[in-house]
Design a binder for this molecule. Structure first.
Ligand code: ADP
Ligand code: ASP
Ligand code: MG
Length: 451
């Protein structure tokens, strides 16, 4: 059984969709068996839906509705009229257009339902285009399979309930018909009560891995606009090159530290269930990166990642000296408010830690700041970028830190984290210096790609 996930640019318009359909068909010829296709919203649509959800003026709402409406109409316009699948598509999109039409700024459950619209449009469109290409394709709602809690905007999946739902809804059909291609939404799930939830930005990759796990699939394919996981973001360093293979551990660190090509949680189900993940490009399907448990790499440095918009939180207190329990109290406050911490360093009388954008919004609430201030002096520095160097055995190789710091030259490094993981060395620099830090490090650590 194959799981193929297509990202926003791969389903952006009828031409992109034709390339994705060709890949689905080609994969079906190469690896016989039923297929589950997981799709994102067409590029730009989730942003437009979020703009509606957060809108403060009617003009913003109508401009974004117009954009989404036109995006979807182009798919309807390209299909031959009066065919079964074109009629089916028009009928099944009609209630979604009505939802779009009625949309207003909103929060919570209503907001998740609204921002899930992009994927709900896409899954139906892709299913009709596969039928147009002669495939026996059917749409299935991800909300009937992927079970989550009700943390709207960042829902937590329930793998056991998802497996139970999939084994009743989808698995028997896929097992019985190896010509079948089922299409569902990425990014969305539903609570046990049936309310639609979303998994966080870029969450369709995570959906594909969760569904693969529940279906006992033996490979997840992530089809996107780049030919795999590169030595760094090719938009920042044009000389960056795709890696042929990578271990789960290293890929997970790259995704966590900002390699947008994979949602950071994608590798959790893959690692748990030992399912390899392939990343390839719909623009050029030859090549790609395979991520699996073990790989045979001898290179010290594998890749670099950049995560902008980080916040540094520092708490200083002389009470920390020769006392115990200070760190426990700090982390208890963060845990109570469900704030996730990335990097941590400590000295005798202070602790410094980094938070991502969501964590920073939570931590800067009056309630949290008040609780932390009771422990010591709180200092906050925003607009920082986390630069991660990922590689093999970085904690034991000589010269690693020296090489990295000589590449960074006279950049102002605000925090260094090294030693906790064998796979990474992280530094924090000012946001505006982030891309330049990546350029300089890439030139130094991947010299062979710059000649
Ligand atoms: P999709 O819409 O298909 O999910 P994304 O935009 O989420 O695609 O992810 C693909 C993008 O990730 C690429 O266009 C690239 O700019 C960015 N990216 C960041 N770091 C890396 C990396 N190390 N390797 C490849 N792509 C990366
Ligand atoms: N459409 C969602 C987003 O833009 C999910 C995804 O594309 O993976 O964040
Ligand atoms: Mg993505």
């Amino acid at each position: 059984m194959q799981i193929l996930k297509f990202g926003g640019t791969s389903v952006a318009d009828p031409q992109a969709l034709a390339r994705s359909v060709a890949i689905i068909n080609d994969q079906s010829l190469q690896n016989k068996g039923a297929q589950l296709v997981v799709v994102s919203a067409a590029a730009g649509v989730t942003n437009a839906l979020l703009a509606i959800a957060d809108a403060t003026t009617p003009a913003t709402i109508s401009a974004n509705k117009e954009f989404i409406y036109e995006r979807q109409q182009q798919f309807l316009a390209e299909l031959p009229k009066s065919t079964d699948y074109a009629n089916w598509l028009a009928e099944s999109l009609a209630p979604l257009f009505a939802e779009l039409d009625a949309a207003v700024a909103c929060r919570g459950a209503e907001r998740d339902r609204l921002i899930s619209l992009g994927e709900r449009f896409s899954a139906r469109v892709v299913s009709a285009y596969l039928q147009h290409a002669g495939r026996y394709a059917r749409y299935v709602a991800a909300s009937s399979m992927l079970v989550t809690d009700n943390t709207f905007g960042h829902a937590e999946p329930d793998p056991a309930a998802t497996r139970a739902a999939i084994q009743t809804v989808l698995a028997p059909e896929l097992r019985n018909d190896n010509q079948l291609v089922m299409v569902c939404e990425g990014f969305i799930g539903a609570t046990p009560a049936g309310e639609i939830t979303t998994l966080g930005r870029g969450g369709s990759d995570y959906s594909a891995a969760l569904l693969a796990e529940a279906l006992d699939a033996d490979l997840v394919q992530i089809w996107t606009d780049v030919k795999g996981l590169y030595s760094t973001d090719p938009r920042i360093v044009p000389q960056a090159q795709p890696l042929a293979e990578l271990s789960f551990a290293q890929a997970a660190e790259l995704a966590t530290f900002g390699a947008k090509v994979l949602h950071p949680k994608t590798l959790w189900p893959a690692m748990r269930s030992d399912i390899p993940v392939f990343i390839g490009s719909t623009l050029d399907p030859s090549g790609g990166t395979t991520i699996r448990r073990e790989v045979d790499s001898k290179e010290a440095f594998t890749a670099l990642a950049l995560r902008p918009n980080q916040t540094l939180l520092k708490i200083t207190s002389p009470d920390m000296l020769y006392s115990y329990g200070f760190l426990a109290k700090t982390f208890a406050i963060l845990a109570e408010h469900r704030i996730s911490v990335d990097l941590v360093t400590t000295s005798e009388i202070s602790v410094a830690l980094t938070l991502d954008q969501r964590g920073s919004e939570q931590a800067l609430s009056d309630q949290v700041l008040k609780a932390l201030s009771a422990l010591g002096k709180v200092e906050i520095k925003q607009n920082l970028a986390l630069v991660a160097v990922v590689g093999a055995s970085l904690n034991t190789q000589p010269q690693v830190a020296a090489t990295i710091f000589s590449a960074l030259g006279d950049m102002n490094v605000r925090l260094i984290c090294h030693g906790a993981s064998p796979h990474n060395l992280c530094v924090l620099v000012d946001d505006e210096q982030g891309p330049q830090a990546i350029v300089q490090l890439h030139q130094q650590l991947f010299r062979h790609l710059h000649t």
